[in-house]
Design a protein around this ligand. Sequence first.
Ligand code: ZN
Length: 63
Amino acid sequence: MRDPGAAAAAVRKQLKSGEVTCRLCGRPLADPTSIRAGYGPTCARHRSAERARKRDRRRERRR
Ligand SMILES: [Zn+2]
């Protein structure tokens, strides 16, 4: 169910408990968007960069 109000309430609850940390690096998250994603923007970028690197490597091996 998509309920932005409930999602925001859940985020607020998590923030209050102070247990919202990045799934990838364990740093506390402050941005609601990051909290919902489970990781911070920096880690999100790292993750997509890693994926792209893996794809490139596979492509290189094919050659
Ligand atoms: Zn992180």
